[in-house]
Design a protein around this ligand. Structure first.
Ligand code: SF4
Ligand code: SF4
Ligand code: SF4
Length: 340
């Protein structure tokens, strides 16, 4: 709906409201007159009421659209947590830790992810959850679970290795993107590597950043829809997404951000700000994915890294990017070899 259409509808609302003289609004089929001998207030005809309903509805939708488009997502106060009795569920514990971290200034938080490959079944539920949560279009996948082959015949193993943007502490993508599109990528104080959709536009900036990334963490959004070639264009593809804590509308033929730019995992920032763990963590059927604050010495992620000190690897650690996703493996030496 255009701005003129919206203005026109709002004018119609005002005009109908002027005709609607209080104190009473009644439904009737005939023109206004007198009832019970008393002068009645001019009531609305059924047609006028329907007209009012239609224009109010249209104006409401227009307002909602305008508000939804790239508006900051308001999270409001956090809902209370369930009581943690006895040995706490790990998801609830991580969620409580996220909320504890939110009490600190952002520069004192340090988000990391730990993936226990020994528990990952390769079911891909986290991939589907991520795509659904973020309303991802064709060609954009913030998370994937490829299988890695380890060992030599006859002792060969295939291990699922979930991957995503590693939120590197020394991210080569940032300098590469900013050389083409200044200010398009930044490193946040909490460790997340952020994308500014308004600036990270065009294939040149995307290609530069994607080429610099050793993890294939970036994807280009070319505005497609999964149901585009089918007769019925499904509404779930037009759901609002919340990347980077904002609200993004997706409409057919829309060329505005995030269409026409690079996208990547954001550690579910909108969920973190609402006191929830990333959706790939809460969805994991093997409880293989953990998330938390590395600056919190009591966090589950720190506990796991300490307990499994001999089993921790970071993918392509030798590239010097300091990734923030840690893997727990049976055989770190073998896993390291694969990632060289
Ligand atoms: S994984 Fe790639 S896109 Fe993500 S921060 Fe590291 S270099 Fe950048
Ligand atoms: S943290 Fe969120 S955006 Fe990133 S891979 Fe997991 S679900 Fe997807
Ligand atoms: S949901 Fe969990 S178990 Fe399934 S592929 Fe993802 S990380 Fe592995």
């Amino acid at each position: 709906m255009s701005a003129e259409d919206r203005d026109d509808n709002l004018t119609k609302v005002a005009r109908v409201r002027r005709r609607q003289v209080p104190p009473t609004v009644s439904l009737r089929d005939d023109p206004p007159g007198e009832q019970d001998g008393e002068p009645s207030a001019p009531a609305m005809s059924r047609r006028e009421l329907l007209e009012l309903g239609a224009v109010v509805g249209a104006a409401f939708l227009a307002g909602a659209e305008a508000a939804a488009e790239a508006a900051p997502a308001s999270t409001g106060p956090l809902a209370p947590m369930p009581a943690l009795g006895g040995a706490p569920d790990e998801i609830l514990r991580m969620q409580a830790e996220v909320r504890r971290a939110l009490q600190k200034p952002v520069e004192q938080r340090s988000w990391i992810m730990v993936i226990d490959t020994r528990k990952c079944t390769g079911c891909q539920a986290c991939v589907v959850a991520c795509a659904t949560e973020n309303v991802l279009p064709p060609g954009v996948t913030y998370r994937s679970v490829p299988e890695v082959e380890n060992g030599d015949y006859p002792r060969v193993k295939r291990i699922p290795m979930p991957t995503q943007c590693m939120q590197c502490d020394k991210p080569p993508c940032v300098a590469a993107a900013n050389a083409v599109a200044p200010g398009s990528m930044t490193k946040r104080p909490d460790g997340i590597v952020a994308v500014d959709y308004a600036r990270f536009r065009g294939k040149s900036a995307f290609r530069a950043a994607a080429k610099a990334c050793p993890y294939r963490g970036l994807y280009y959004d070319d505005g497609k829809f999964y149901t585009q070639p089918t007769p019925a264009f499904q509404p779930y593809e037009r759901a609002v997404s919340h990347d980077w804590g904002r609200r993004w509308l997706r409409e057919r033929y829309n060329t505005g951000a995030p269409v026409g730019g690079g996208r990547k995992c954001h550690f579910c920032l909108h969920r973190l700000e609402a006191g929830m763990v990333p959706v790939c963590v809460s969805t994991c059927i093997g409880r293989a994915v953990y998330f938390g604050d590395k600056n919190d010495s009591h966090s589950l992620v720190n506990e796991l890294l300490t307990k499994n000190a001999g089993q921790v690897v970071r993918i392509r650690d030798n590239r010097g990017t300091e990734p923030r996703v840690y893997y727990l493996c049976d055989d770190p030496q073998e896993s390291n070899k694969y990632h060289d």
